[in-house]
Design a binder for this molecule. Structure first.
Ligand code: ADE
Length: 202
């Protein structure tokens, strides 16, 4: 799977994919993530990508032109299955959505900043709008990182048997059980007997 991410703060998206399971996915060649700085498509030499909103109101809006040019240029290289806008008023992310997206080949994620992106871009280019929860973040970057992680770990071959996504919480609509490791007795608080019985099924 290949994921392109469009952002005005690429620095926020360096570390999340350089460690642990996302790193392994990329090292194995199962996932590629490319972060693109929207300023590359700025409307002037000052790097402008946002402007005041019509009708008044505080906060800037990300302009049509840089976003449209970026999406069109990137779309020439990749045939995107979905162009996803991360936004608090999108569809709330859950395991089912992550499962569905993990079956795709190419995704483009757009991170909003300031007051968000011009509505016309949403209407014209965005095929899916996703929220990671009912709260407002400063931008879509951390939400994109969450989404990439939720999808990336589902790609076949990324997880081994021990960490299999099939035993994750929510994967079968059940929460995973509590887990324990050594020692058996931590300051008088013991691991439940059933886990010590040697009967895995139980
Ligand atoms: N951008 C700002 N807040 C967000 C949220 N909760 N989910 C996705 N993108 C966002």
């Amino acid at each position: 799977m290949h994921i392109d991410i469009l952002t005005v703060v690429p620095e926020l998206l360096t570390s999340p994919f350089e460690h642990s399971i996302m790193k392994r996915a990329q090292d194995k060649g199962l996932l590629t993530v490319q972060v693109h700085h929207l300023r590359k498509w700025a409307v002037n030499e000052y790097g402008q990508v946002d402007d005041y909103q019509y009708g008044g109101g505080a906060g800037m809006v990300m302009m049509c032109e840089p976003l449209a040019n970026a999406i069109e240029e990137l779309s020439k290289e990749k045939n995107y299955d979905e162009i996803i806008y991360l936004t608090p008023d999108g569809e709330r992310l859950n395991q089912q959505i992550a499962n569905t997206l993990s079956l795709k080949g190419n995704l483009l994620m757009i991170c909003g900043h300031y007051k968000g992106i011009d509505e016309r871009i949403r209407q014209q280019y965005i095929t899916k709008e996703i929220s990671i929860g009912d709260y407002v973040l400063s931008g879509g970057e951390l939400a994109a990182a969450v989404l990439v992680d939720a999808i990336g770990r589902l790609l076949p071959g990324v997880l081994n048997d021990e960490t299999s996504a099939l035993t994750d919480s929510f994967q079968d609509n059940l929460l995973a059980p509590p887990v324990y490791t050594r020692p058996v007795d931590f300051r008088g608080n013991k691991v439940p007997d059933v886990l010590m019985s040697g009967n895995h099924k139980k």
